[in-house]
Design a protein around this ligand. Structure first.
Ligand SMILES: Nc1nc2c(c(=O)[nH]1)N[C@@H](CN(C=O)c1ccc(C(=O)N[C@@H](CCC(=O)O)C(=O)O)cc1)CN2
Length: 286
């Protein structure tokens, strides 16, 4: 069997071209979508992701600004900054790059962002809307995964989706999105006993573990669809996923690579959410 490689970078490129046209139309109608990203500290990976967000916004015609704050920023200073942005009519989307320094409570920050500007889709109000199948901002990585599956006409309804990993930003929400599409969903995690029993029955396997090459051919059923969410930096500086890509290639029907898989789609879905936020605010002002 020869596997289809789901190239997220190519799909992201196509979607960004479509969004550029939409943004140009919005601008002609007097709406300039604007995204503000807050970056705290000097984490090199976070800096690089934020740069990617800035670059992709510019390519699409979305106005963006990055507020860089020192690692010594207190939680109350950050909350004050978010409050100002919540009240700034020119700002449609607000994103605080994660992870945050240990002295800042991530959940306090997520909950301080207005749900109407929460383009990361992490606010409990938006998570609740997603869980109840309402139209809302979807978390960017899960939204990107769903978009990839749909773009490649992967059947989801009635299929067994196994999620390995239960983080708030990927594992839990991607399972919910697949459930909303009528998949049967199983969550596995570090305490799961007999992991192979679950992964081997997966039609769609989502690997969001954070361990390089953890998923091997023995974990998979023949013809499985495999989505690799891992971003593991090796000692030689190269990036690798949670799936042993070369080892499973002969066994799967579809697979995402790392890099150029899920990562670029995360940023693209952020742009989609920012456009949605700008449209939503413009409509509520009428
Ligand atoms: N506020 C948020 N913080 C974080 C999120 C998020 O969605 N919102 N997700 C991740 C990091 N992330 C976006 O912020 C992200 C990760 C990876 C990529 C990406 O394009 N990766 C490339 C490789 C890039 C490289 O070489 O380093 C790829 O996979 O091809 C984009 C965004 C945690 N924080």
């Amino acid at each position: 069997m020869s596997a289809t490689i789901i190239n997220g970078k190519e799909l992201a490129h196509k979607l960004k071209a479509e969004m550029s046209k939409e943004v140009a139309q919005m601008k002609a109608n007097g709406i300039v979508p604007h995204l503000t990203v807050i970056l705290i500290g000097d984490n090199p990976a976070s800096k690089s992701y934020v740069n990617g967000k800035r670059k992709a916004s510019t390519e699409t015609g979305i106005s963006s600004e990055v507020i860089e704050l020192p690692v010594s920023t207190t939680e109350s200073e950050l909350l004050k900054q978010i409050d100002q942005l919540n009240n700034d009519e020119a700002v449609h989307g607000i994103l605080v790059q994660l992870p945050l320094p240990d002295h800042i409570d991530e959940q306090h920050i997520i909950e301080a962002i207005s749900p109407e500007k929460d383009v990361d889709g992490f606010h409990p109000v938006n998570i609740g809307r997603m869980m109840t199948g309402q139209d809302t901002f979807l978390p960017c990585t899960p939204f990107g995964i769903l978009t990839m599956l749909k773009s490649f006409d992967v059947e989801i309804e009635g299929k067994h989706a196994v999620i390995v990993g239960r983080s708030n930003i990927v594992g839990k929400p991607v399972g919910q999105l697949l459930l909303n599409e009528n998949a049967t969903v199983t969550y596995c995690h570090s305490r799961t006993e007999s992991l192979l029993d679950y992964t081997r029955s997966a039609d769609i396997l989502i690997a969001a573990i954070g361990k390089p090459h953890f998923i091997k051919a023995e974990h998979l059923k023949k013809g499985a669809v495999v989505i690799d969410v891992g971003i593991n930096r090796q000692e030689d500086g190269k990036l690798t996923g949670d799936v042993d890509f070369d080892g499973v290639l002969d066994k799967v029907s579809y697979i995402t690579p790392v890099p150029r898989g899920v990562g670029p789609m995360t940023i693209t879905m952020l742009l989609k959410n920012t456009i949605k936020a700008a449209k939503g605010l413009a409509e509520s002002e009428r």
